[in-house]
Write a protein that binds this ligand. Structure first.
Ligand code: PLP
Length: 345
């Protein structure tokens, strides 16, 4: 039976070329700075992002944690959107480990914050206040539906932060999806931020890893924080080698994932009982609401028929990626439509 795993782009497996590169990777002790494959990946990532330096980390969560800790200390605050992944889905790490307070601003339906709200939230130096140490944006915005912020959007936020001498971090877990959607170089999307993390392990299909990028001085700080949280790895070139291949071969093809997401969304929109806002679909995350008397049972039936994803909640997320073909979308729509008919009387 066909299996279509729409749960996340994190389920992607490495390409044959990545496996070959991993098998043959030149390696060394990265804590000594001697792993050629890690060094190559870091140099390549910095170059793509138009930044001075980069550091390889184990995950997107570690990337954001280390990035924020390199900006903010105990009793400082981070200003970010109320649907931000750093706020909602990273177990409060920056607060748990760094003593950093969260100040949230409403995210609109595109994942944007109102720059005036950000300006108002930034604290002046005063004994009563936390020190605003960093403002964070997210691109693409996961909680808002994989939506894209333009370079101009990012600049609006960065300008108010920088006017107050506050640096800006971008949680760019899927920033390459944003770049592909905008048909712009990724460096343009991160031009106005001081630090950025992106995931190799999502749409770029690597087994493990994320990268933080910024100035030389900032990345030196980030390396120290990576060490503190136990994230310095030794012969990490084995996994970094896949990242080098990903940056060379896996970025442009994400346009296929976006086209498949569009096809999936259009098909789902035809089904009575499914509510989907075509405006909200920018990249590879397809969010929709489902009116069904027993969503858990419906999801179980879909799973039995090889379509993975969904659950008891009203809002479902399907994610397209390297492991999903156009035929898989046809199959998903067939299974979805017939199972929906069968189970709603
Ligand atoms: C997935 C994701 C992360 C975290 O990445 P992990 O590698 O799963 O830790 C961070 N931010 C956003 C927006 C994400 O989608």
């Amino acid at each position: 039976m066909r299996q279509v795993d729409l749960r996340s782009d994190t389920v992607t497996h490495p390409t044959p070329e990545m496996r070959q590169a991993m098998f043959e990777a030149d390696i060394g002790d990265d804590v000594y700075g001697e792993d050629p494959s890690v060094n190559r990946l870091e140099a390549m990532a910095a170059e793509r992002l138009g930044k001075e330096a980069a550091v390889f980390v184990a995950s997107g969560t570690m990337g954001n944690l280390v990035s924020v800790l390199a900006h903010a200390g105990r009793g400082d605050e981070i200003i970010l959107g109320d649907k931000a992944h750093i706020f909602r889905s990273e177990a409060g790490g920056v607060s748990a480990l760094g003593g950093v307070a969260f100040q949230t601003i409403p995210n609109d339906e595109r994942g944007m914050m109102d720059p005036d709200d950000v300006a108002d939230a930034i604290k002046p130096a005063n004994v009563h206040f936390t020190r605003t140490a960093v403002v964070a944006v997210e691109n693409t915005h996961n909680g808002a539906g994989g939506t894209v912020l333009s370079p101009e959007d990012v600049k609006l936020i960065a300008d108010v932060a920088h006017a107050a001498d506050v640096p800006v971090h971008m949680d760019g877990a899927r920033v390459f999806n944003a770049a592909v959607a905008l048909e712009a170089p990724v460096s343009e999307l991160v031009r106005d931020v001081d630090s950025v993390t992106f995931c190799l392990s999502k749409g770029l299909a690597c087994p493990v890893g994320s990268v933080i990028s910024g100035s030389e001085e900032y990345i030196a700080q980030a390396r120290k924080w990576r060490k503190i949280v136990g994230g310095s790895m030794r012969q990490a070139g084995i996994i970094a080698a896949a990242g080098v291949v990903a940056l060379d071969t896996m970025v442009d093809r994400m346009a296929d994932d976006h086209a498949n997401a569009r096809k999936l969304a259009n098909g789902l929109a035809e089904i009575d009982g499914i509510t989907i806002d075509p405006e909200s679909l920018h990249t590879n995350l397809v969010f929709f609401e489902i009116a069904h008397p027993d969503r858990s049972a419906f999801a179980r039936k879909l799973n039995e028929r090889g379509v993975l994803g969904g659950g008891p909640q009203k809002r479902w997320r399907y994610v397209t990626h390297y492991g999903i073909t156009e035929e898989d979308i046809d199959y998903t729509l067939d299974v979805f439509t017939s199972t929906f008919k069968e189970t709603v009387s």
